[in-house]
Design a protein around this ligand. Structure first.
Ligand SMILES: Cc1cc2nc3c(=O)[nH]c(=O)nc-3n(C[C@H](O)[C@H](O)[C@H](O)COP(=O)(O)OP(=O)(O)OC[C@H]3O[C@@H](n4cnc5c(N)ncnc54)[C@H](O)[C@@H]3O)c2cc1C
Length: 464
């Protein structure tokens, strides 16, 4: 028996009352259970503990600490840097904790720490309610929220963390605590952007907003018009009403329904819209941008449930593709930067590769730079450069495009990047992402996890 097989056997022996499932390298479901969303990573943990309760989390943490094993915490498994797993260590897989409980009267939703957004959006949507999340439904609530949470509803209602009311947390020493504005307020502050560095969140409570039908979908122009479209978008978006969201994208038209066949796989630039008002209001709010530009190849926004736009790109990006991410926060888009965007946008190496500029103004700007660890409240955009392809043979091409694109634009950026859209880029980069909030995060870390048990994250190191 190898050391890692011994770990599983020992865990089964020692964790007699464990309510979840322990999976080791000898088990038939090990290969399925260890898969991450980003197939660049092929990690082989010693033990995967699929937990069924906060008590299971406490038990498995005690086991890993007692045996000196590194720990990774897995929510939806989406992080680009493969942070949901660890070689030769213990994965605390939260996926069975996926309950969603909507309280329409109190306008809150309680969500298990391992749920994915699709389930949340579907449940809240039944009541004509929603909370801000991202732009794809398969992403984990845990990782997206703890890193910030940037998406279609950001301009209207802020980041996911701006709507977090409470978290139930298992700390590094196994204690189970509640964090909210009154209880463990320093921990609550740190959880709202500081990632999984402070504990395992077994339950989130979010505030809900009235969001019934949205008017959503893409407008595409030829990629050759990239500079013109991006200039017009820049001049339009930061003054548009908050009820209108629309991120700018370089992408390729997916080769399937509902897109017309004649533009399948065509490289395009455009805006992916999500408007929380009526069809008439959406048309009026989009008009200034559309009037400033030539006739698009496709103008697709239409009324749909909020959950439908959240799931619209799930088919294009299933688990198992190779991803290489780079990112930066951006204040302004001078014309020189736009020319660089247009050049790299036209050179996307594969059809799934994409660049998104997510607007982070509107309600996200209502929160002060030190109110949460998410310090770039003055930035107008989160830029993400994602090289994506199913074929491992194309890893070098997607990585090169993403890195060269980001590096060419970095001088025009605000300095740091969104921790949820970075690879493992070193401690300086993590520090830059939190600006002057890093030192406070390090102090909170020293209180709640002085031994840095939770380090398979964009790591905040405990203040000494
Ligand atoms: C296709 C795709 C689309 C995306 N779109 C968006 C978007 O629109 N907006 C956006 O903001 N981000 C987006 N992201 C980035 C996303 O926010 C991060 O990948 C996020 O980390 C995913 O969370 P997860 O729980 O799925 O990932 P995991 O890899 O499981 O976890 C990520 C990190 O969070 C920690 N973690 C997860 N859950 C918990 C928990 N309950 N308690 C403690 N720690 C936990 C993990 O330990 C790890 O460090 C997208 C990612 C992908 C792959």
């Amino acid at each position: 028996m190898s050391t890692i097989d011994t770990t599983t056997a020992t865990a089964r022996e020692e964790l007699g009352r464990f309510g979840g499932k322990l999976i080791g390298p000898e088990d038939a479901d090990y290969d399925e259970a260890r898969k991450l969303y980003n197939a660049i990573f092929d990690k082989r943990p010693a033990l995967i503990a699929q937990v069924a309760s906060a008590d299971d989390v406490t038990a498995i943490l005690g086991f890993a600490r007692a045996h000196g094993l590194p720990i990774a915490v897995r929510g939806g498994g989406h992080h680009g840097a493969g942070l949901g797993s660890v070689d030769d260590g213990v994965v605390i897989d939260l996926s069975p904790l996926d309950s969603v409980e909507v309280d329409p009267e109190a306008r809150i939703v309680r969500v298990g720490g391992g749920a994915t957004w699709g389930k949340v959006d579907a449940a809240t949507g039944e009541h004509g309610l929603a909370t801000p999340s991202g732009v794809i439904s398969t992403t984990g609530v845990g990782g997206l929220t703890l890193g910030g949470g940037l998406g279609h509803l950001t301009r209207s209602f802020g980041l996911a963390i701006d709507n977090l009311v409470e978290a139930k947390v298992v700390l590094a020493n196994g204690d189970q605590v509640t964090a909210n504005a009154d209880e463990n307020a320093d921990l609550f502050w740190a959880l709202r952007g500081g990632g999984g560095n402070f504990g395992v969140v077994t339950e989130f409570t979010f505030r809900l907003h009235e969001v019934g039908q949205v008017v959503a979908g893409p407008t595409f122009w030829p990629v050759e018009d990239g500079a013109q479209v991006l200039r017009a978008y820049r001049d339009f978006i930061t003054t548009a009403p908050r009820r209108l969201a629309g991120f700018f994208a370089f992408a390729s038209v997916p080769p399937g329904d509902p897109f017309p066949e004649e533009i399948h796989l065509r490289k395009v630039c455009g805006v992916v819209w999500c408007h929380t008002g009526t069809e008439e209001e959406a048309a009026a709010d989009m008009k200034p941008l559309l009037d400033a530009l030539p006739e698009p190849l496709l103008h697709g926004p239409q009324p749909m449930p909020h959950a439908a736009i959240q799931g619209a790109f799930d088919g294009v990006y299933p688990a198992g593709d190779q991803w290489y991410w780079r990112a930066d926060f951006v204040n302004d888009l001078p014309d020189e930067a736009i020319e660089i965007h247009a050049k790299f946008g036209a050179e996307m190496p594969t059809w799934k590769s994409t660049m998104h500029l997510y607007p982070i103004d509107g309600a996200a700007h209502d929160v002060g730079p030190n109110d949460t660890p998410w310090g770039y409240r003055d930035a107008n955009y989160g830029a993400v450069f994602a090289g994506v392809d199913p074929d491992p043979a194309n890893i070098d091409a997607i990585r090169r495009w993403s890195v060269e694109y980001q590096e060419a634009l970095h001088p025009y950026s605000a300095g740091g990047a969104y921790v949820n859209m970075m690879m493992d880029e070193g401690q300086d980069r993590v520090r830059a992402s939190y600006r002057d909030n890093y030192d406070r995060l390090a102090r909170v870390k020293a209180t709640y996890d002085p031994g840095n048990v939770f380090r398979v994250h964009q790591n905040i190191q405990p203040a000494s």
